[in-house]
Design a protein around this ligand. Structure first.
Ligand code: LIP
Length: 322
């Protein structure tokens, strides 16, 4: 079950909790990876809390593609903590790309602020997301969601580990049991920068499902959207063209809470997929064929829907990778 990874025999989380290392195999339990992911998120949370009520230093990557000094500080603290605990693992951040041992079986993927535009405007939700892959498969993750308002921020912590379930503030949670789109609350997201054909197709889907369901929300933070499906307050979420750091932790939250995640065309999902449909499982049957048709049309018109943003030197192949 656990592949051998060279680690020190016992590592301490900052809260003093002993992180047990499987002495025989020299590998780490998924539950302990989750504890480190949670602590890494807490450290990112602290950076954000310190900045949240102060003016932002914003850099424009594009007209509507923002990054703040807090994104950079949060990533440094989060991945610095992970690298201190697991110097032999690989790490991938939204701001810094791949670092550490890219050849390791383990890759930690961090979004230091998921929902940067929301954060810039002090408009919740926004989050820190940390997911851990073992040979490409998500095995542990944590997402800390900010809610509230200036001067009164509060957070919710979602965690999961493979085979162990999904937790909200330590309490086990599961997806909803809704099987009718008509009675469902759905979520989507869309690119703020690229407004080409995939974006237009997503707007068609937004209209379609707004008409057929109780509503479609757009929060602006994919990790939180997936966490909301996982804990059953939303029934399904889809989005095209988001990156591995947006979905690495959320993917496991959903599956460990009993949900289903595929690419929108129904093909096998990976965190490097270019489209994502996460549902309580029951809704997949009615939603997925409509998504599949939309993606087919896009592909027929020459749009690539294969995996993307695969960092150089990744030691495993992702589904659909040529
Ligand atoms: C955000 C995603 C969101 C998407 C936004 C943005 P970021 O990620 O989580 O779902 O709709 O356009 O990409 O860039 O704030 O980490």
């Amino acid at each position: 079950m656990f592949s051998a990874v060279p680690t020190s025999r016992q590592q301490l989380s900052s809260r003093g909790a002993a992180v047990q290392v499987n002495a025989k195999a020299g590998s780490v339990e998924y539950k302990d990876l989750m504890a480190i992911a949670e602590e890494a998120c807490r450290r990112g949370e602290q950076v954000i809390r310190e900045a949240a009520d102060k003016p932002r230093e914003i850099t424009h990557k594009g007209a509507a593609d923002l990054v703040t000094d807090t994104d950079q500080k949060s990533e440094k603290v989060v991945l610095g903590f992970v690298q201190e605990k697991f110097p032999d693992h690989g790490v991938l951040g939204e701001e810094g790309g791949i670092m550490g041992n890219a050849g390791s079986d383990y890759l930690w993927i961090c979004d230091p602020i998921d929902g940067t535009t929301n954060f810039t405007h002090s408009y919740p939700p926004f989050a820190v997301s940390v997911g851990v892959l073992e040979n490409g498969t998500p095995v542990a993750g944590a997402v800390v969601e900010f809610a509230g308002s200036q001067g009164n921020w509060h957070t919710r912590m979602y965690t999961a580990y493979k085979g162990g379930g999904c937790f909200l503030d330590g309490r086990k949670v599961s997806v909803s049991s809704e099987d009718s789109v008509q009675q469902s609350l759905l979520i989507t997201g869309f690119d703020q920068v690229e407004h080409g054909e995939p974006w237009a197709k997503n707007m068609d889907l937004f209209k379609h499902f707004t008409d057929k369901s109780r509503g479609v929300r757009r929060s602006g933070a994919a990790a939180v959207d997936m966490a909301h499906v996982a804990c059953g307050i939303a029934d399904a979420y889809w989005e095209m063209r988001i990156k591995a750091w947006d979905v690495a932790a959320g993917t496991l939250l959903v599956t460990e809470a009993g949900g289903t995640i595929t690419a929108m065309d129904g093909s096998e999902h990976s965190v490097f997929s270019r489209s994502h449909l996460a549902s309580n499982g029951k809704l997949h049957k009615s939603m997925q064929p409509i998504m599949q048709e939309a993606i087919k049309e896009l592909v027929d018109n020459g749009n690539d829907f294969g995996p993307w943003f695969i960092p150089d030197g990744l030691p495993f192949k992702v589904p659909g990778q040529k």
